[in-house]
Design a protein around this ligand. Structure first.
Ligand code: SAM
Length: 227
């Protein structure tokens, strides 16, 4: 179902993101990459972006690492072929694979950093996906999670109202699939808080290094280490 959903909105996915967040999604990815990359101290890091979509996270990380003169090898994994078709044009240097987060087709200990941006909410078996990410990370490897969640602050409540009532209208007009954007808020509604999520990760062999809400308190970054 999730695969079909993202195949159907792939062409306009980036445009809807830019419009509905007024460009803030780019800023969230940028800040998340900057924070996570400070923990990566490897000469030639191997980086896997799980649920890579159209490749924005890979672009963002490459830009930051290039500035520091660090040559990284990038891999992307996503279950939607249409999203990957767009990614192939945007990040031709990355090795992109159609695949499932619950069954990552890479050997144990393959990566220095794994990122998942706005993907975790969509996984049908989050526990299994977290186990797979743990398996493919090297010991002391870094995991970057960028996700939406609900915040109980006033600003968080206002943003939540906007996400529930306005975003599906804009998304529906631009993609012809309003239901896809209803899925967005429904999946946020049932997603754990960052505190609950950090406990899930800690139970599965990760240590939280840092967590930060981004303006306007609908998105947060969490950086973890495989212990
Ligand atoms: C909201 S998009 C995020 C895309 C991208 N990471 C970004 O920052 O824009 C979620 C992506 O997760 C992918 N996805 C959902 N469930 C997946 C799974 N089980 N395995 C792999 N990819 C999955 C979808 O195809 C979609 O491209």
């Amino acid at each position: 179902m999730v695969r079909e959903l993202f195949n159907s909105i792939a062409k306009r996915y980036d445009l809807v993101n830019r419009l509905t967040t007024l460009g803030l999604d780019k800023r969230w990815r940028r800040k998340a990459c900057e924070i996570a990359l400070t923990y990566v101290d490897v000469k030639k890091p191997r980086i896997l972006d799980v649920a890579c979509g159209t490749g924005d996270m890979i672009m963002c990380m490459r830009k930051r690492l290039e500035r520091r003169g660090i040559p990284a090898k990038f891999y992307g994994l996503d279950c939607s072929e249409r999203m990957l078709e767009i990614a192939k044009k945007k990040v031709p240097f990355a090795e992109l694979k159609v695949g499932n987060a619950e069954e990552i087709l890479f050997p144990d200990g393959s990566f220095d950093l794994v990122s998942v941006a706005f993907g975790l909410r969509n996984f049908s078996d989050r526990e299994k996906a977290i186990g797979e990410i743990h398996r493919v990370l090297k010991r002391r490897g870094i995991l970057l999670i960028l996700e939406f969640s609900r915040s109980e602050s006033l600003l968080g409540k206002l943003t939540w109202f906007y996400t529930r009532s306005v975003v599906p209208i804009i998304g529906g007009i631009l993609t012809g699939n309003r239901e896809a954007y209803n899925h967005l808020w429904r999946s946020i509604e049932t997603f754990p808080s960052p505190e609950e999520l950090s406990m899930e990760f800690e139970k599965r062999g990760f240590k939280v290094l840092t967590m930060e809400w981004f303006f306007p308190r609908i998105a947060f970054v969490m950086v973890l280490e495989k212990v």
